[in-house]
Design a protein around this ligand. Structure first.
Ligand SMILES: [Zn+2]
Length: 256
């Protein structure tokens, strides 16, 4: 049973699940209906040269957080929405190295407690017993999970102060890879410091006693655009460059 469950999950994510009764909605922009937050998770690289799943003009970021919402107006459950058009809305925010992110630190502080993978069945048993209304931190693994609990955490702290974003209709980057996602990629990254990223990189794929294998590079490689149209809420920046003879030639030819 555990294996079946695991196969439906992407093995390389760090996921924060929201309790069933926790309501956080996103609406507006490209979304016709309110979408409800289901979970958020991170992708990161083994160093600062890569890690994000999106790039901007070929620029890659060391990490990217995804806030996964589902269309609770149109569909009854997350599982139903995930398979359908306009079922999900994922807000992606880039993380870049810079200043310490004090609100993220609350999450970073508990990551060492889920450094190893542990028994998934024990996690669910404990969860049911406690009737837990808190946010549960789980590491989704093939067959196993690791868990801790912590008090209310506000994921809106991941949003940059600038509201500009790109949006396009695309797919999940993890199985079942369905074309059900309205992607909203925030233009401005948020800053985290080296030590915070280092804690993410210290998570392990391994259980206690196994050979230690760091959980890094848990991102899907860049995919072709495939005729998708990417819209932005802002005008592209003007680019200034040196005037070349070839430019003059082509301008002349256009006039003729
Ligand atoms: Zn993701």
């Amino acid at each position: 049973m555990q294996r079946t469950y695991g196969n439906q999950m992407h093995p390389y994510e760090c996921i924060l699940k929201c309790p069933a009764n926790w309501m956080r909605l996103v609406s507006g922009g490209p979304l016709e209906n309110p979408y409800r937050l289901k979970q958020f998770h991170f992708h990161w690289g083994m160093n600062n040269d890569w890690g994000s799943e999106h790039t901007v003009d070929s620029k890659v970021f060391p990490a990217e957080v995804h806030l996964v919402h589902w269309n609770c107006s149109r569909y009854r459950t997350f599982e139903e929405a995930i398979m359908e058009e306009n079922g999900l809305a994922v807000i992606g925010v880039f993380l870049k190295v810079g200043r310490h992110h004090s609100k993220l630190q609350k999450l970073v502080d508990i990551l060492p407690s889920v450094r190893y993978r542990v028994n998934l069945l024990a996690y669910f048993t404990n969860n049911i017993k406690r009737q837990c209304m808190q946010l549960l931190l789980t590491r989704q693994m093939c067959e196993w999970d690791s868990l801790t609990e912590f008090n209310y955490f506000d994921p809106s702290c991941f949003l940059p102060t600038c509201n500009d974003y790109w949006t396009y209709a695309g797919s999940l980057t993890t199985p079942p890879l369905t074309e059900s996602v309205t992607w909203i990629i925030m233009k401005k990254p948020i800053e985290v410091d080296h030590s915070q990223l280092a804690v993410f990189r210290s998570l392990l794929y391994s259980a206690v006693g196994e050979e230690e294998k760091n959980m890094v590079d848990n991102f899907r490689p860049l995919q072709p655009l495939m005729n998708r149209t990417v819209h932005s809420t802002f005008q592209p920046a003007l680019k200034l460059s040196d005037f070349k003879k070839d430019d003059a030639k082509s301008q002349h030819q256009q006039k003729v």
